[in-house]
Design a binder for this molecule. Structure first.
Ligand code: HSE
Length: 307
């Protein structure tokens, strides 16, 4: 069996507009790389190849915390050394912490000869999300491990459904400002009106049905969020302009990626996805905010072994 492995850990879009904490999608681009090796003195270390200041204590690290949970279920003495190469910026809304948490668990599992199931890996990886945002949400780590689109029906007990989806082009803009997930969660109202809840669960069901039926129009109609977006979009300059102009240009729909500040739009056609990218670039140039854009597709594999 190998002693070390390199994995590619993809970005993810959590929530998919209406499905706060329950829906997520895995992207082909951007992605981190992670080197993980196994040791036999019970040591867990996480280092950054890019000079990110990481906490010494693995329990305070998004890749370390899941591995600490994993080794509790292994014979004593097994440990892992992790080296991260980050392309997904922390605080981008593109699942940076999930990429580290999921990547570490998948890589360690390869080194263990695939001892654990994907559901086990998800259970461990959620400890990384707890470190990052204070809450064990699974809507980034699940698509990162399983690939494709995932529905988290429940986290207690864990119940994850991998959903089929038609081919989609995803346009993403990451304005270079940081929004901490913990802050973006704190500003949310704790109660919702019944009439808003009814709209929201109609949209979630519509979106899931749209994916399964490969019905692009239904997907587009269902990408509506009456609960979270009105509160969080205030944190993102240019949100309304980007969204309305991309919709006018033919996007199916879109909104905040995870807790932001990245925005994403889903498209049936690559040409419209590229036009969305042009619009995003124009809006953020006018606002004088640096940005990064991606035109990408759904990654159906999740974390994969590179070498
Ligand atoms: N569902 C989480 C949130 C995702 O929106 O707070 C964080 O990326």
């Amino acid at each position: 069996m190998k002693n070390s492995v390199q994995v590619k850990c993809p970005a993810t879009v959590a929530n998919l507009v209406c499905g706060f904490d329950v829906l997520g999608l895995c992207l082909d681009d951007p992605a981190d790389l992670m080197d993980v090796s196994i040791n036999h003195d019970g040591r867990i270390t996480v280092k950054s190849a890019d000079g990110y200041p990481l906490p010494e204590n693995p329990a305070e690290n998004t890749a370390g915390a899941p591995l600490l949970e994993m080794v509790k279920e292994l014979e004593p003495g097994i440990g892992f050394d992790v080296l991260t190469h980050k392309n997904i910026k922390p605080g981008s809304g593109l699942g940076s912490s999930a990429a580290s948490a999921a990547g570490a668990t998948v890589a360690a599992n390869i080194l263990l000869g695939n001892k654990f199931s994907n559901e086990d890996l998800l259970r461990f990886a959620m400890f990384g999300e707890k470190v990052a945002s204070g809450v064990k949400h699974a809507d980034n780590v699940a698509p990162c491990i399983y690939g494709g689109v995932t529905l988290i029906r429940s986290i207690h007990p864990l119940d994850v459904v991998a959903l089929d989806a038609p081919p989609l082009y995803v346009t993403v803009v990451h304005p270079q400002i940081e929004v901490k997930t913990s802050d973006a969660r704190q500003i949310l109202r704790k109660e919702v009106l019944l009439k808003s809840a009814i709209k929201q669960w109609g949209n979630i069901a519509g979106l899931v049905a749209g994916f399964l039926k490969k019905d692009y129009a239904l997907i587009g109609r269902s990408l509506e969020d009456v609960i979270i977006e009105p509160v969080r979009s205030i944190l993102i300059p240019g949100f309304d302009t980007v969204k309305s102009r991309c919709l006018e240009a033919g996007a199916l729909g879109g909104g905040i990626s995870g807790s932001g500040p990245s925005l994403f739009m889903l498209n049936q056609h690559e040409s419209i996805a590229k036009e969305n990218e042009r619009i995003m670039q124009e809006v953020f140039k006018e606002l004088g905010i640096d940005y990064k854009t991606y035109v990408t597709t759904i990654n159906t594999k999740g974390v994969t072994q590179v070498s």
